[in-house]
Write a protein that binds this ligand. Structure first.
Ligand SMILES: *[C@@H]1O[C@H](CO)[C@@H](O)[C@H](O)[C@H]1NC(C)=O
Ligand SMILES: *[C@@H]1O[C@H](CO)[C@@H](O)[C@H](O)[C@H]1NC(C)=O
Ligand SMILES: *[C@@H]1O[C@H](CO)[C@@H](O)[C@H](O)[C@H]1NC(C)=O
Ligand SMILES: *[C@@H]1O[C@H](CO)[C@@H](O)[C@H](O)[C@H]1NC(C)=O
Ligand SMILES: *[C@@H]1O[C@H](CO)[C@@H](O)[C@H](O)[C@H]1NC(C)=O
Ligand SMILES: *[C@@H]1O[C@H](CO)[C@@H](O)[C@H](O)[C@H]1NC(C)=O
Ligand SMILES: *[C@@H]1O[C@H](CO)[C@@H](O)[C@H](O)[C@H]1NC(C)=O
Length: 488
């Protein structure tokens, strides 16, 4: 048994029966006090969150039926500080409960401008949320007139900071008077600074290394309730921050993403190298966001049958209090052409808009990752609201983000050391197997020769142990499973 700071190799060599079994990485288990546990709680590599906005330049024309024209503005970069809080072992150490806290600090030197100053014209999300809520109500005309007096149209101009971290919206302020529990403020990242995304209970991997980091429950529930099928509501895989060791190329990696209110998956794409460490790149295939016609597993994501969207977009309104929010990859990468063609300024591109994870297959450590997602609003003609009368159904892009991480040099050095030891151990195992093979061969040859010599040898020996010496020492044969015939 070779013990390193986070790995245990306990190999059983039963050379002559050619049985070899190795339990690699027995210690990649979340155990209090272990080093893995510390870096799981406070991941050392710096995470950067970049936001890119789409500024519409022809808002007026668009309301009259023109194709929306947008320009991409960004990045606005924030350093993301993450740590796990209130970490407690549960179920006799086979599970661990934790809250992941996130904090964002703006980095001016990595951004194109000052978020407090830069104005972006985009869809007025609170206004669309209210219209969506009211579209079947009998007093929608009243609401419509009221919105007019407040100046709450389909588009709005706000600073980047307001759009992200929240601003008080006059319409929501009024609505909050009638709807208890409704927030007066709106922001894409509103209340996300210094908060957590609910309690997670993870498997520690103590019982099975394949379970390392697997999510058992989120907010006390082992499955979701947003969607309409068992398949869609399933919570599978890890939360994207840890993966089990010994990854295989044909493996499908599941990640539960509270932001999308669902589990997504990734498949192996290619082998890459990060800071000299070999990695497998996993990326989400098109089937993740495919329409229910293209992938019947996705049927449950189409909550109301009459407003199902196509491939590449996911309507997440069930978990956004009914607001017409649609998630996709940036620039509608991997989506149907109709979404790309509907907006001037979209140019999907794999290199820039793909989400990927580069994992070291031996250890399961994340070497580099980039999570890219876009927030869109579904714009449509809404009866009773004259401003929308010339609109066709459009998935309008508001913002996309790139949350990226690259392993820090110190951790990279550690992983390299581990891999070196792993190589040595597996080569040592091979060496033993090889040695066993050679010895077996010698044995067979000797047996064969002894067999041929048999008539001239002692008559009462039917099995001959290794060499002539064996015959003088009867004990010699036993360790290789051969016993001299002593009777007769
Ligand atoms: C967004 O577009 C408007 C005009 O439509 C312009 O005034 C504004 O400066 C643009 N915002 C940025 C950050 O470039
Ligand atoms: C809206 O749809 C109508 C009918 O399908 C079409 O004639 C028109 O060109 C569309 N407008 C835009 C801006 O796509
Ligand atoms: C952690 O526990 C403390 C004390 O019980 C509690 O006040 C705090 O809200 C908890 N943190 C989270 C994120 O739930
Ligand atoms: C924890 O272990 C003890 C003793 O091994 C056992 O009696 C108990 O049922 C276990 N509890 C859980 C939640 O597994
Ligand atoms: C987030 O909160 C921290 C303090 O906890 C603060 O320093 C930082 O500026 C905040 N970030 C934003 C974007 O408001
Ligand atoms: C941003 O837009 C608001 C509202 O239209 C305006 O009051 C403000 O002066 C604009 N800021 C800049 C820097 O253009
Ligand atoms: C994140 O993605 C954007 C969009 O493609 C790209 O411009 C940016 O360089 C990426 N950031 C990092 C840190 O890779």
């Amino acid at each position: 048994v070779i013990r390193t700071h986070c790995l245990v190799y306990s190999c059983t060599f039963v050379v002559f029966n050619l049985v070899l079994s190795c339990d690699h990485f027995c210690e990649i288990v979340l155990v209090e006090g272990s080093r893995v546990f510390e870096s799981w709680k406070n991941p050392p590599p710096p995470v950067f969150m970049e936001f890119f906005f789409f500024n519409i330049t022809n808002a007026e024309d668009c309301l009259n039926g023109a194709k929306p024209k947008v320009t991409q503005i960004g990045p606005y970069t924030y350093r993301e500080y993450r740590y796990k809080d209130n970490v407690t072992m549960v179920e006799n150490g086979t599970m661990v409960s934790a809250y992941t806290m996130k904090k964002f600090v703006f980095l001016r030197e990595k951004s194109v401008g000052d978020p407090a100053v830069d104005n972006i014209t985009t869809v007025n999300i609170p206004s669309w949320a209210v219209m969506e809520k009211m579209k079947d109500s009998w007093f929608r005309t009243m609401v419509s007139m009221f919105m007019k007096t407040l100046g709450s149209g389909p588009f709005t101009s706000r600073t980047v900071h307001e759009l992200l971290w929240g601003y008080e919206d006059p319409l929501l302020e009024k609505a909050a008077g009638y709807t208890p529990g409704l927030d007066k403020a709106f922001g894409l990242m509103y209340k996300k600074n210094g908060s957590d995304s609910g309690e997670f209970i993870y498997h520690t991997g103590e019982q099975n290394y394949l379970d390392y980091g697997r999510v058992k429950t989120w907010k006390g529930q082992s499955k979701l309730t947003f969607w309409t099928s068992e398949e869609s509501n399933r919570i599978q895989g890890s939360d994207g921050s840890s993966f089990h060791p010994l990854l295989k190329k044909d493996e499908r990696i599941y990640i539960f993403t509270p932001d999308l209110c669902r589990t997504i998956y990734m498949d192996f794409e290619k082998e890459v190298e990060v800071k000299g460490i070999p990695a497998y790149r996993f990326t989400p295939p098109r089937s993740v966001f495919a329409s229910k016609e293209e992938n019947s597993d996705n049927e449950g994501f189409c909550v109301s049958k009459k407003e199902c969207l196509g491939t590449g977009v996911l309507k997440v309104s069930p978990c956004r209090k009914g607001a017409p929010v649609v998630a996709s990859f940036p620039h509608f990468y991997l989506a149907e052409d109709k979404y790309v063609d509907a907006i001037e300024g979209m140019s999907p591109d794999r290199e820039h808009h793909q989400t990927y994870l580069d994992l070291n297959p031996t250890t399961g450590v994340i070497l580099r990752a980039s999570k890219r997602a876009q927030v869109n609003i579904l714009m449509n003609r809404v009866g009773g609201f004259p401003d929308t009368k010339n609109l066709n159904e459009t998935v309008f892009p508001v913002m996309f983000l790139n949350e990226s991480v690259v392993i820090d040099d110190e951790s990279a050095a550690k992983v390299k050391k581990l891999l070196l030891i792993s190589d040595l151990v597996s080569n040592f195992a091979l060496f033993i197997v090889g040695l066993g093979g050679i010895m077996l061969l010698i044995l067979v040859v000797l047996l064969f020769r002894a067999h041929q010599k048999k008539p001239s040898a002692q008559d009462d020996t039917s099995y001959c142990p290794v060499g002539d010496k064996g015959r003088e020492d009867p004990q010699n044969g036993t360790y290789i499973g051969l016993t001299e015939k002593v009777d007769a």
